[in-house]
Design a binder for this molecule. Sequence first.
Ligand code: DVN
Length: 276
Amino acid sequence: MERGGTRSPHKRRRKVLIVTCVTLVLLIVIVALSVGLTLRQGSDKFQQTFIGRCEQFKGDRSDCQNIWGAFARAYVGRDPCQVPPEAYDPLIAAAPFIPACNRVMFWSKTKTLVHDFTKKRECFKTLEQSLLGSVLDGLTWCGKEGSNETYTTGCPGWTDCDNNPVRSFWNRASAAFADVACGDVTAMLNGSISSPFSSDSIFGKIEVKRLNATKVRSMNVVLVTQKNPVTNCMNASLKDLEKELQNGINYGCKEVTESRIQECSSNEEIPCGACW
Ligand code: DVN
């Protein structure tokens, strides 16, 4: 029996231990809940960005939810290095690319310049100006086995594994974009590098190979040069590009200075056809 309410040291130590354990468990629960909440918020934010961009492009809410569903099913709950391009087939079916005959613009190593130009002039359309390209340009996403969240951090980088969700999307979307190319198509390539065309690039290994001579009449390269050009239209890699085109697709190449392209971007008085 305890005298006067004093406790033995043993009991005091046990009480301190219990309080410490309970505090620790509570702390762990709070941290777990806040991490889960943060992940959930990140996942929701990504979905809101996707749907917001989709609605902005389409001008209405119409089927953006369906398109989101087809997109998410490609990678959610999957190992982020096991998402092949064909996982996005249902997405391409849900948001098909619309042919833009004589206005298709491919590019390689000229991302900033080509989009500065195409954003200001209606002459050409790039993949990144399509519904899916504009919704996902600049975003990173992946899933994880056993989770129904979309992660935007901790995802595999572009070169970490071939079948990562972002790279597979752009490979699949590039193929679909090239499949609907028609008429005279254009490619803006970089004349400041020794090989403006690389068969290892998305343009080289996917898009060029999918151009169909029954629909595409010509491939016209715009080789962007600086004051002191590094290369020109006689470059060996451009000869390779010409060889890789399907028989029946004519090839052309023009060296155009970056300043001329910037002039065309900002001066709508210059008709599209006279830019180069
Ligand atoms: O025709 C275009 C367009 O239609 C697109 O779908 O494919 C063609 C462009 O791809 P490309 O020929 O491979 O050209 P790039 O310039 O080598 O790469 C295009 C983009 O892929 C880069 O701008 C990177 O995108 P980002 O990060 O600038 O938004 C990405 N990319 C390519 N190689 C990469 C890489 N990102 C990171 N690491 C790499 N090694």
